[in-house]
Structures are given as C-alpha cells and as structure tokens.
Write a protein that binds this ligand. Structure first.
Ligand code: F6R
Length: 241
C-alpha cells in the first residue's frame, strides 16, 4: 500500500486527479470506477478544472459507480445518480451512455447485479477505482461482515452507515436502509485503486485497514492484498497509524 499523508483535502484532490488524468492521457478510453460521498469531491473538482483548461477530455472514458441507494428514484436529490451528475458528469464531456450508476430499484435484483458485473468485465475491467471508506471500514457499501463479498449485490446498511448518511436527509427516517453495491471482489478486480479519507472520524478505520489483520470485520483491510493501491489521507485520518 502506498500511504501518503497530505495537509488538506484539496491537496489530496490534486494528487488523486493527477493519477486519473495521466491514465486518461495514456488511454483516452480508460474505465473509471467512481465513488460518491464527501471524500472524492475535491478530486472531481480537479478533474472538472482540468477539463475546463483543455488538459483532458472524457469523451471516450467510461465509468461505473460503486453503489446506489434502494428505495429512492434516480431523480431524487439524494440519489447517487444525482450526486454524480451534479458533482462531475454535468461539468465534463463524458457521454451519458458511457456512465453507469447502479439501478437502485431493479425489477430483478439478481439479474441486474449479474448484468452490472458483466458490463464491467465486457468493458475491459476498471482501470482506476476511486474509493472512500466508512467509519466502520466499509468500501462501497460492503459493511463489516463474516465473509468478504464477491460481485454486485443488494445490502442492508448498518446503523453506523445510516447515521453517517443522515446529514444529507431531512429526517433519519428518510435515509435509505438498503443499497445496491459492487462487492469486495469486484472492487479488488480494479487494476489500480485510490482510497481517499480525511478527518479524525476515519482514523480508526484507516488504522484497521493499514495495520490490522485482513478481515471482513474491516472490509477495507482486503486492500492490503492488492498490488496497486494508493491511500491518500490527511493528518487527522492518519492520526492512529
Ligand atoms: C460512496 C461509497 C461509500 C463512501 C464512504 C465514505 O459511493 O461507496 O463507501 O465512500 O461511506 O463516505 P464520505 O466520503 O462521505 O465520508
């Protein structure tokens, strides 16, 4: 694991965006795995800046998002579909048909999940996966469990995750309790991974991921087994390592 400690979230954004931009410059049809949440926003801002400055074009890039809430429509202001359009897609030249955010309300969950994994494989696999990390060590919405998960599936969110996500909703009862998420195995299939975390509330999860044993009790700890992972964190998130 390449662990780098930065002073600010903005510096992390610059460093993460640089890796992504260099990848797209080397291969203009790169496949990106994307995350939502607060952690990747500075990175997305840097990507938008680079696009506006004609440094990079996303016109042949494809993207697959990690996860989506169940029980709210894609058009909801809190859906990850909306998040991605507001924070990245609407501000760059990526083609709508080249962006995929999981359907949070598929008619047949199993068929949908299998199809999502196949679509990633058929596209050639994810070149760079952007990840955040939950306070409980989740990646995507793979919550602490007894076993590492495999492909895309429907998951019940834990109380800790619902609590963390309620900041975006009017009432805690409005926070979705289930999600469709890529599994741990699908995440590990990415050729390169950038995990971003800031703040003291992530310090324990970062400790367990980097220094703990590889265990599904901290899903992110599996990243120790991947050969090309960048962990980009600030001093607060690094305070226990
Ligand atoms: C989001 C995702 C989650 C978040 C994590 C951290 O697509 O998969 O694992 O990355 O919950 O969220 P933030 O960055 O908001 O602290």
């Amino acid at each position: 694991m390449d662990v780098k400690i930065f002073n600010t979230a903005e510096e992390i954004g610059v460093a993460a965006a640089e890796i992504i931009i260099n990848k797209i410059k080397a291969d203009d049809s790169a496949i990106l795995g994307l995350a939502t949440g607060s952690s990747p926003i500075p990175t997305y801002n840097e990507l938008i800046k680079a696009y506006n400055n004609n440094v990079v074009s996303f016109k042949n890039v494809k993207s697959f998002n990690l996860d989506e809430y169940c029980g709210i429509p894609a058009s909801d202001r809190n859906s990850y579909y909306t998040f991605m359009h507001q924070n990245l897609f609407n501000s760059i030249d990526i083609k709508e048909e080249n962006t995929q955010v999981p359907d949070g309300n598929p008619e047949d969950v199993e068929v949908f999940c299998k199809g999502y994994d196949e679509a990633i494989k058929n596209a050639g696999g994810i070149d760079i996966q952007v990840l955040g990390i939950g306070r409980n060590g989740h990646i995507g919405f793979n919550e602490p469990a007894e076993k590492f998960t495999k492909g895309t599936y429907k998951v019940k969110l834990t109380e800790s995750t619902i609590e963390a996500n309620k900041r975006f909703f009017d009432k805690v009862e409005d926070v979705p309790t289930e999600a469709i998420t890529m599994g741990v195995e699908s995440i590990l299939d990415a050729k390169e991974i950038i995990l971003i975390a800031t703040g003291t509330d992530k310090a324990q999860a970062i400790h367990d991921m980097v220094k703990g044993e590889v265990s599904p009790a901290c899903p992110a700890s599996i990243l120790q087994k991947h050969s090309n992972v960048h962990i980009f964190i600030d001093k607060d998130a690094a305070s226990l390592i």
